[in-house]
Design a protein around this ligand. Structure first.
Ligand SMILES: *[C@@H]1O[C@H](CO)[C@@H](O)[C@H](O)[C@H]1NC(C)=O
Ligand SMILES: *[C@@H]1O[C@H](CO)[C@@H](O)[C@H](O)[C@H]1NC(C)=O
Ligand SMILES: *[C@@H]1O[C@H](CO)[C@@H](O)[C@H](O)[C@H]1NC(C)=O
Ligand SMILES: *[C@@H]1O[C@H](CO)[C@@H](O)[C@H](O)[C@H]1NC(C)=O
Ligand SMILES: *[C@@H]1O[C@H](CO)[C@@H](O)[C@H](O)[C@H]1NC(C)=O
Length: 511
């Protein structure tokens, strides 16, 4: 059979063409992998170019997946297994925007889902349309909400008033998270998906919040007091405040979201998790002006896996223990995320004087490109923006008991590969392996240490990342004991930013 096939001349030439194509493809792959592994960091414009190209491919693939899911849904509708409730059918002439129609559609869909327990019921916002929404609350069970069009926050003629919550029992952070454009609360088995966009029109809010940081602004999508919720495929952008907040909820999956706001935006965290368990953030692309992901007090079993964090502050655990409070975070897994031009990759931040513990946290297989200070563990967190007065030097601190960092590869722009700033009287147990970090040209490549016990940090394999004459190798961290390497408190934030932007660094290498 084979011989016969090969003797066929047209098939033979097709084979030849195929082999040639495969060779070209292979060449491409080799070229790409090479450019990733050059010993000198690639230049910023090139990084941005590569990112944009990859984002285009990711976007096309994500939209294709979401469209396929819609086609599948339509097949189920024709088979009578699913029902669509279109928001367009619930509009009335008196509506100021589409929020009332959405509320009516959800109510109708809920009645249908309750009546037919086997039926898949979907509230639909069809494509090629823009829906104006004022703040809306959705409370649903066993429902789907598909956004294939564009949802736009309705801020006209003026911004909605954000009620201030004065419940003293709530932490300041909890109070800030109470208000949202789309608030999903007391829901279960709810899916929010589609190839559409939710745009928070945040610009006006950021301008106000730059002038008055105490001014409250709404979260774009809040999931609170809910179980078994999935948010996927959507494009979420320009949130007035945090983009997605998961609050006091369990079993929430965020998958393949594209979250983006300009770097200049204010407090536009990508995803915040607070007092929630079994939360996953999978293959999300997040680009913001603040933390890409933040894991806050009372969270357990949070998995962040895959995807790209482009700009923003990376993933943060904390800050915990502000104003002497008790706060813990446990069981966090962060892996296989690519960080591009973020200020940090992974940070753990706790305030002096707090109590509680950060335990069983793993950062695994991270890649960083043009990232400021990739790894930060700080038990003295006290930024001037949040705490203008001098910081406490208390003996109490939130313990860091079991942080594993295994595999960070790439290059940094600050001159500092990692910082371990630990309190004298609180445990700070960090297990560090496989740091393969190079500095930007002209920068040092140091690890700052304070109160780090040598035990967990020695005896691990320390790799140099293709050292060359111009890139100083990373020396074994904390080998010389406490060494903050002249932590440049003398530089203002602006000076540091300018230096990093200019490819120089905060801490130039001294020979
Ligand atoms: C995410 O959305 C932004 C803004 O619409 C877009 O520029 C970017 O390419 C998108 N990225 C991905 C990965 O879809
Ligand atoms: C540690 O955290 C991971 C990630 O959430 C979890 O899978 C694992 O079960 C935790 N280990 C213990 C001992 O709790
Ligand atoms: C490490 O992360 C990259 C993506 O950044 C992924 O392609 C690779 O499979 C991951 N490796 C492991 C061992 O998880
Ligand atoms: C904090 O207090 C300890 C003693 O309690 C002292 O050794 C240390 O130098 C102080 N640190 C700062 C930054 O003041
Ligand atoms: C940027 O770097 C160049 C070359 O190293 C230097 O001449 C220039 O003064 C720097 N610019 C700033 C704003 O620091």
């Amino acid at each position: 059979m084979m011989a016969a096939e090969f003797s066929n001349p047209t098939k033979k030439s097709r084979m030849v063409v195929m082999v040639l194509w495969m060779l070209v493809l292979l060449g491409f792959v080799v070229l790409l992998s090479r450019s990733d592994k050059t010993s000198e960091p690639v230049r910023m414009p090139r990084i941005v170019q590569l990112y944009e190209r990859a984002a285009k491919i990711e976007r096309a693939s994500r939209i294709a997946e979401a469209k396929e899911a819609l086609a599948e849904l339509m097949r189920e509708v024709t088979l009578g297994r699913a029902a669509l409730v279109s928001v367009l059918d619930w509009r009335t002439a008196d509506d100021r925007d589409d929020s009332p129609a959405l509320r009516r559609a959800v109510r109708a869909a809920q009645a249908m889902a309750d009546e037919h327990p086997k039926l898949r019921v979907v509230v639909h916002m069809p494509a090629t349309r823009t829906y104006l929404l004022s703040p809306v609350t959705v409370s649903a069970r066993r429902l789907e909400l598909r956004i294939d069009g564009t949802v736009q926050a309705h801020n006209k003629p003026q911004l909605p008033v954000v009620p201030t919550f004065t419940d003293k029992a709530m932490s300041p952070e909890l109070q800030r998270m109470q208000y949202a454009f789309v608030r999903i609360t007391e829901s279960r088995e709810l899916r929010l998906t589609g190839f559409g966009t939710v745009d928070g029109d945040g610009e006006k809010w950021w301008r106000q919040r730059k002038l008055d940081p105490t001014r409250r602004a709404p979260v774009l999508i809040l999931v609170s007091e809910s179980n078994d919720v999935e948010v996927s495929s959507l494009e979420l952008r320009n949130s007035p405040f945090y983009h997605v907040v998961v609050l006091r909820s369990h079993d929430v999956k965020l998958r393949r979201l594209n979250i983006s706001s300009p770097v200049s935006s204010v407090n536009t965290d990508g995803v915040d998790v607070l007092a929630s368990t079994h939360i996953s953030v999978t293959s999300c692309w997040i680009s913001t002006g603040d933390d890409n992901v933040a894991v806050k007090e009372g969270s357990r079993f949070v998995h962040v896996q895959g995807g790209v964090f482009y700009r923003g502050h990376g993933l943060s655990i904390g800050s915990l223990g502000e104003r002497g409070t008790f706060a813990s975070v446990r069981d966090v897994w962060l892996s296989s995320v690519a960080f591009i031009k973020t200020t940090n990759a992974a940070r753990v931040k706790t305030w002096q004087g707090g109590q509680g513990v950060i335990a069983n946290v793993t950062f695994f297989n991270l890649t960083v490109s043009g990232v400021g200070m990739p790894i930060v563990v700080d038990q003295f967190y006290c930024p001037a923006s949040q705490h203008p007065k001098p910081c406490a030097n208390a003996s109490k601190a939130v313990a860091i008991d079991g942080l594993t960092i295994d595999g960070v590869t790439g290059w940094q722009t600050s001159g500092v590969a990692a910082m371990f700033h630990c309190a004298r009287d609180a445990p700070c147990r960090v297990d560090l392996r496989n740091l393969h970090l190079a500095p930007a040209p002209g920068c040092s490549n140091i690890v700052r240490c304070l109160n780090v016990q040598p035990t967990p940090l020695t005896g691990h394999s320390w790799h140099r990342w293709r050292p060359s004459a111009s890139s100083p190798p990373l020396e074994a961290p904390c080998r010389r004991g406490d060494e903050m390497h002249g932590y440049r408190l003398d530089l203002t934030r602006q000076e540091r930013k300018r230096l990093a932007g200019n490819f120089s660094c905060v801490h130039p290498h001294r020979r």
